[in-house]
Design a protein around this ligand. Structure first.
Ligand code: PGA
Length: 252
């Protein structure tokens, strides 16, 4: 672990109604009271963002949406914009999660617009990148990551980079119980930081937080966090219970 402040984010995906979210949040806040030195982010579905925000108002917990459109408003049925999220106190937004890329046709070109719009709106993007099993087997991991970095960050400069977060999520590790070993995660994240250094310079690349995501649990978080370039975790399944997510937050 470096001197960058770690971030632990819980991606609830399409789980939890507002009443379930509210009960979770009350329990979670109790469990993490007094925790310092780590940024905590809850990423609920759109329907409970405002309620979870209200409940966490007097806490350090940050709130992320799981997606966002790049236009400020318009005839885009089913979409939500940066100003809408900003007004209810959303601080972060997950962009380009592999499930969005796979099931909702998200592409790097649109993601580049979303990343730039979010930063300009004062919402911190958490841009997800990662390779499939087949790409890893074919030795194409670095090529895939480089392409996603170049594509997804096309519209930003070094100053903007420092204000965002990148999550390395190998698709073969998401929801499969097959966590990347700390070595594999470090290797990929080290490569991402190197690619960012080439494009934005060592200063900005050294400041940006890069998270690992994919089957993170209370029993593997410490070994992942021990790696030099891993600055935190984006947690799916194990974030759905307040107790297990709080354990992950308190990894050290
Ligand atoms: P998982 O999901 O922790 O359930 O593997 C991670 C993610 O999709 O962000």
């Amino acid at each position: 672990m470096s001197n960058r402040t770690p971030i632990i984010a819980g991606n609830w995906k399409m789980y939890k109604t507002t009443s379930e979210a509210s009960a979770y949040t009350a329990e979670f806040l109790g469990l993490v009271a007094g925790v310092t030195g780590v940024e905590m982010v809850l990423c609920p579905p759109f329907t409970c963002l405002a309620e979870v925000r209200r409940q966490t108002d007097n806490s350090p917990v940050r709130i992320a949406a799981q997606n966002m459109h790049f236009a400020p408003e318009g005839a885009f049925t089913g979409e939500v914009s940066a100003p809408m999220l900003k007004e209810i106190g959303v601080t972060d937004v997950i962009l380009g999660h592999s499930e969005r890329r796979e099931f909702f046709c998200e592409n790097d070109e649109d993601l580049a617009k979303k990343v730039a719009v979010a930063i300009e709106a004062g919402i911190r993007p958490i841009l997800c990148i990662g390779e499939t099993d087949a790409e890893r087997e074919a030795g194409k991991t670095e090529e895939k990551l480089r392409g996603q970095i170049e594509g997804g960050l096309a519209g930003i400069d070094a100053d903007m980079l420092a204000g965002m977060v990148i999550a390395y999520e190998p698709i073969w590790a998401i929801g499969t119980g097959k966590t990347a070993t700390p070595e594999i995660a470090q290797q990929a994240i080290g490569f991402i930081r190197e690619a960012l250094t080439g494009r934005f310079g060592a200063g900005a690349a050294g400041r940006v937080r890069i998270l690992y995501g994919g089957s993170v649990k209370p029993d593997n978080i410490s070994e992942l966090m021990a790696e030099e370039d891993i600055d935190g975790a984006l947690v799916g399944g194990a974030s759905l219970k307040a107790g297990s997510f709080a354990q992950i937050v308190k990894f050290s």
